[in-house]
Design a protein around this ligand. Structure first.
Ligand code: TYR
Length: 458
């Protein structure tokens, strides 16, 4: 393949807006709708939000810019783009690991993301059917446990979810992904605004606002600061080649720096709105804001089961979660498909099918982790991994190792190894702003990621 292969073939996002929607679709996922509100609550509300915003600015946006830039400059799959750039500029071959890390990590993350996405799919149906209406906590908790215990159920939802992802990605950038994303993202925003609108009628909206936005620095711990930093990277989908793959289809005229800021702004906006949709319901029903995974799959169905219009709003809420998970999953398949197309010379549809099939197979390991294999702890003989299932291991490998190391390597590659010309051509920043950006990317970003990485490891 040639540099900027997609640009030469005219295989590009149709506009800046199309790219923004796709990237926001990737960024907005379970991280925004479930995790952000919950860790905000645990870590002192407003103070945590401030720190999180600073982390988005100092780590999230610089790596996002760097990653999209590498993608567009290389113009192919993460593996080929990194090969292209290191060859053209004569930099060390070791940097090419960034590309491989991306393909492998997106493969692995999708294998379990699809299983969780399947839960959202299952819950749209469960809530819509009205089985939770008026049900008590034990029944609703039992339904969730029952779903996890059933290999057949989990496998079914995982399979449907993956099939939809494969169908969309297989049709290509414009006719598959753009079309789906152009429908799904506006739908996501409409659902989100309906949920926030509904939340204002619960009488607890004010309480939720002060819970999220009144800074109480006494509640903020060192751990909270590190969590904010880690989440800033996860929520923007950076470090594993996804944004690089999306960037390889970015038209040359689009300003990367400005676009990356728009993406980060929208992603953060969705996270904040999700909090404003969820917490009023939690408070109005006397539920626990720090309930963890159960917050969405156990606590909220309980709330929906007791409120008027709960079937409608519950279905809308899980529909929202499903859409968010789907547009993130689509982005995780892209690096793999791009690589298969290039390296195996097979069509896009076939690449999506075989890539998806392999990921689906690996995903069965995650399905089994919740039931048949729940007592199998592959690395359990090591102290840290005691009691960790295969799913826990995969999550650890991707979220705690491959993502931060990938992000760190990208920041170092663009900050220190790439030639100035490449940066000038692509980034779209000038003068003092450019210098400030480079300073952050070279020093602050790597330092920040290194601290979080070491912390997570120890
Ligand atoms: N950003 C997504 C979320 O917040 C998750 C994600 C992570 C998506 C990495 C893609 C990716 O490459 O849920």
């Amino acid at each position: 393949a040639t540099p900027k292969a997609h640009q030469q073939a005219g295989n590009l996002w149709s506009s800046r807006m199309a790219f923004i929607l796709a990237a926001v679709g990737s960024a907005v996922g379970l991280g925004n709708i479930w995790k952000f509100p919950y860790i905000t609550g645990e870590n002192g509300g407003g103070a945590f939000v401030l720190i999180y915003l600073a982390c988005i600015a100092l780590v999230g946006i610089p790596v996002l810019i760097a990653e999209v830039m590498v993608g567009r400059r290389g113009g192919q799959s993460p593996v080929a783009s990194m090969r292209e750039l290191t060859t053209a500029e004569g930099t060390a071959k070791g940097w090419r690991l960034i590309g491989w890390n991306g393909i492998i990590a997106s493969f692995l993350v999708l294998s379990f993301y699809s299983v969780i996405g399947g839960w959202a799919l299952a819950y749209v149906g469960k809530i819509a059917s009205g089985v939770f209406t008026g049900a008590d906590a034990a029944t609703i908790g039992g339904a969730f446990e029952g779903m996890l215990a059933s290999t057949g159920d989990l496998l079914l939802w995982h399979s449907i979810f993956m099939a939809v992802v494969v169908l969309i990605v297989g049709r290509g950038i414009r006719s598959g992904m753009e079309k789906a994303i152009n429908t799904l993202m506006p739908l996501l925003f409409v659902l989100l605004f309906i949920m926030v609108g509904y939340a204002t009628t619960t009488g607890k909206f004010g309480e939720a606002v002060s819970f999220m936005f009144s800074p109480d620095f006494s509640k903020l711990t060192t751990e909270g600061v590190l969590k904010a930093l880690g989440h800033a990277a996860f929520t923007l989908s950076i470090g594993i080649g996804v944004m690089m793959a999306y960037g390889s289809y970015l038209p040359q005229k689009v300003n990367i720096a400005r676009t990356a800021m728009t993406i980060a702004f929208m992603d953060t906006g969705v996270a904040l709105l999700a909090g404003l949709a969820i917490f009023p319901l939690v408070f109005a029903n006397g539920l626990e804001p720090g309930a963890g995974p159960g917050l969405i799959f156990v606590t909220l169905p309980l709330a929906f089961g007791q409120m008027t219009g709960g079937v409608l709003f519950g279905t809308l809420f899980f529909g929202l979660l499903l859409v968010a998970a789907l547009t993130s999953a689509i982005s995780m398949l892209e690096p793999v498909v791009e690589w298969l197309e290039e390296h195996k010379g097979i069509s896009r549809a076939k690449s999506a099918f075989f890539g998806g099939l392999a990921i689906w197979l690996v995903g069965i390991g995650t399905v089994l982790s919740f039931n048949v294999w729940s007592d199998i702890h592959p690395l359990g003989f090591l102290p840290y991994f005691e009691g960790k299932t295969l799913f826990d291991l995969l999550d650890f490998l991707v979220s705690s190792l491959m993502m931060p190391l990938g992000g760190l390597a990208i920041a170092l590659f663009v900050g220190w190894a790439m030639q100035r010309q490449g940066l000038d051509d692509e980034i779209g920043l000038k003068g003092a702003v450019y210098s400030a950006f480079m300073f952050v990317l070279r020093y602050l970003t790597p330092a920040g990621i290194a601290v979080v990485f070491l912390y997570n490891l120890l």
